[in-house]
Write a protein that binds this ligand. Structure first.
Ligand code: SF4
Ligand code: SF4
Length: 697
């Protein structure tokens, strides 16, 4: 139905804890795959002067839109959440599907699909859920892994950003007390101990600016200036890969990496800021930020605008946005180009084809935050990020380091050269720096936290350490850019194979039950439905002058251990689960769809599905509303009497004796197939208890 509907906060709290207890998972993310830090290891970094327990975070995108998405990101080890971009036009019609992850990653989606105010509420709810989870002590969270930061993202032009709607959003993020109080009251009685938590009310004072592809450079500068002066925000500008220039982009993308069929239109370069223009506004905004005492940096990169050359999105979309693997090479080349001019003067946030192999490399370059989107849309979803830490841990183990700064210094063996470059080389150092240089060298060889050795609280030594670290980051950038640019893993050959399809069509029940569709959904819309295997007799009746009589008997056979279903309120029909499902047709289209309210069931009449209304009385079982092939059906029970109605019948019978008690109106024959399916849905949802979104409403 393509419209996301936020879930009640109390129901999210209940589901989180119930599911953890009964299923050992949270929002379908298995506990055994959580990444909750590692004892004795400190991944902390600073972002605009504040501490975050890790540089990793979801990029502004599908993983940071709904409250549950933020919890899922956090469970995967993300600690800097770049929230989905908010902008004035909040009733957009986005083409569906909007994400094509068949190969490298293309999309036609852009900002939040919720209303601006709903976005603020979802961000506050997500942060509160994380706080509650943390305070519950139910997870074995490592020391040093509790600090999480939320970074706003707004777009796309000055006028929109100055509008009342966006202004209220920014003010709401700066002071979310009202929203926090609103949700504090909704924490269910069973979890009342969390109502007293000291929830964060200044949710964010940092912002990453997203501008349109083709936004004039003067406009970008004005927006940041406005955000500095009007809202006092620490800002990052997200820049486009087109900054590399036409020749370099085409050389890397079409030439070296071999994506010959991907064409970046000339206008993409002509309309975007040039390198010189960007250099100019970065210098000026850097000075303004310094004067105002605010943080300022850049982000590499935005997605790359390319011609729509595949048959995935409708022809009406002339362009689409490339993300994922090849963007990594472009992004790293931009980091190098930027650092050649500015050194380590400005912090760099990074997002371009991050995965389990290169995350540790970007950490070595001192990039913060390192945000990811495309990779988390692949099989395994949010849990893929635990593999990033596995790789980082293994490299840290090999180097004998336990903190990020020491890791940066030792990652590529550039620390000695960096000491030399800052004037502390063997033989060319004198005076008070001699013992310092010696101590650094000794710790490099023997292990230990290098800042502690070099810093020793003295301001001069700390300054020297910063210089050393900065110089190492610059050298690491050079080392890595050479390695990455020609690495075949980014080229077309290793990135052109779509996920395997087996050639069968999905049906309402039974499938390969591979479970891939559950974690690949960024909103956790797909879930396992507890319908056991078995055979059900399906009766068919006909009415005549003497009443109803059985005219047929068939069997509905379910073979799989459980079934797959979709929660419509969380499904924006992005299409991602269809890409990774080995069968055809799309789980979100063909599997049983549940609506979270009667209102949404009744609004989306062109979507088949179910709504289960629990009236909560002992005599009445939950009512089931259903739509099959666009026709509506209803089952209700009072005591032993069942009422089953459909488009052209309205019948009653006793639950224990259908064949002999059936009565009512009907124009023709009535098959009980839909009735049996509706009963199965009701039993399955009841069996899941409050561990399911559907029953939680
Ligand atoms: S269920 Fe599928 S189509 Fe719907 S939001 Fe999730 S991934 Fe996208
Ligand atoms: S719907 Fe597709 S992806 Fe989901 S479990 Fe079935 S076969 Fe696997």
């Amino acid at each position: 139905m393509a419209e996301l509907i936020p879930h009640p906060f109390g129901a999210l709290v209940t589901r989180m804890f119930t599911e953890l207890e009964t299923e050992k998972s949270i929002f379908d993310y298995p506990q055994k795959k959580f990444f909750i830090g590692q004892s004795g290891r400190d991944y902390s970094v600073k972002f605009h002067g504040k501490n975050s327990s890790s540089p990793l975070g979801p990029a502004s995108g599908p993983q940071t839109q709904m409250a549950q998405n933020l919890v899922l990101s956090w469970l995967g080890g993300s600690r800097i959440m770049e929230l989905k971009t908010v902008q004035i036009l909040d009733e957009l019609e986005i083409p569906r599907p909007c994400i094509d992850m068949q190969t490298v990653g293309y999309n036609v989606e852009w900002s939040q699909e919720l209303r601006v105010e709903q976005s603020l509420h979802e961000y506050v709810k997500g942060a509160m859920l994380i706080e509650i989870l943390r305070a519950s002590g139910k997870l074995d969270l490592a020391e040093n892994f509790g600090d999480v930061l939320y970074d706003m993202s707004v777009g796309y032009d000055l006028k929109g950003i100055q509008s009342d709607k966006v202004r209220r959003f920014i003010e709401g993020m700066l002071d979310a007390s009202e929203v926090v109080e609103h949700y504090r009251k909704q924490i269910p009685e069973q979890y009342r101990q969390f109502r007293n938590l000291d929830f964060q009310t200044k949710l964010s004072d940092t912002l990453t600016l997203s501008t349109f592809h083709g936004c004039p450079p003067e406009e970008i500068e004005k927006i940041i200036d406005y955000l500095f002066r009007e809202h006092g925000l620490n800002c990052i500008i997200k820049l486009n890969p087109t900054l590399l220039g036409k020749d370099q982009v085409r050389h890397l993308l079409n030439g070296i990496m071999g994506y010959a069929d991907v064409h970046v239109p000339d206008e993409a370069f002509e309309n975007d800021a040039t390198w010189e223009q960007a250099q100019g506004f970065v210098e000026r905004l850097g000075l303004t930020a310094k004067t105002l005492g605010l943080g300022f940096g850049v982000k590499f990169n935005n997605t790359l605008i390319v011609e729509n050359h595949r048959n995935f999105f409708p022809d009406t979309e002339k362009v689409m946005y490339l993300s994922g693997t090849p963007l990594h090479v472009l992004g790293i080349n931009l980091v190098k180009q930027f650092r050649e001019i500015f050194g380590d003067q400005f912090p760099i946030s990074f997002s371009a084809g991050i995965d389990k192999t290169n995350f540790a490399d970007t950490v070595a370059l001192g990039l913060t935050p390192i945000t990811v989107c495309s990779d988390l849309l692949k099989v395994g979803g949010y849990s893929r990020s635990s593999a990033y830490y596995k790789e980082l841990n293994s490299r840290m183990d090999n180097l004998g380091v336990s903190d990020i700064e020491s890791y940066i210094l030792k990652a590529y063996g550039n620390a000695e050269q960096a000491l030399e470059n800052i004037g502390l080389g063997v033989g060319n150092v004198s005076g008070p720096d001699v013992p310092l240089a010696d101590a650094c060298r000794k710790t490099l060889a023997n292990g230990g936290e290098l800042r502690k050795v070099a810093g020793s609280e003295a301001p001069v030594a700390n300054e020297t350490f910063e210089k050393w670290l900065s110089e190492t980051k610059l050298l690491n950038t050079k080392t890595y850019v050479d390695e990455v640019t020609t690495n075949a893993r980014y080229g077309i050959e290793q990135n052109s194979k779509p996920p395997r399809k087996v050639g069968t069509m999905l049906e309402l029940f039974d499938c390969l039950t591979c479970d891939k569709c559950i974690p690949v959904c960024p909103n956790d819309a797909n879930f396992a439905l507890k319908i056991p295997p078995g055979e059900t007799e399906i009766l068919e009746f006909e009415t005549n002058n003497s009443g109803w009589a059985v005219t047929g008997r068939k069997t509905l056979k379910l073979e799989k251990k459980y079934q797959i279903a979709n929660f419509a309120d969380f499904c924006n029909e992005c299409g991602n689960c269809d890409i990774f499902c080995p069968e055809d047709g799309g789980p979100f289209v063909l599997k049983p769809r549940f609506f979270g309210s009667l209102e949404s069931f009744q609004s989306f009449t062109n979507h088949d599905g179910f709504y289960i209304e629990d009236e909560g009385t002992e005599r009445c079982a939950p009512k089931v509303f259903a739509r099959f092939d666009g026709k509506e059906y209803r089952v209700s029970e009072t005591g032993n009497t069942v009422n089953y109605s459909g488009p052209d019948f309205d019948i009653q019978f006793s639950k224990n004796d259908l064949e002999n008690t059936i009565s009512g109106e009907g124009k023709s024959s009535v098959s009980f197939l839909n009735y049996e399916i509706m009963q199965m849905m009701r039993s399955a949802i009841s069996a899941t208890g409050s561990g399911s979104y559907v029953s939680a409403t």
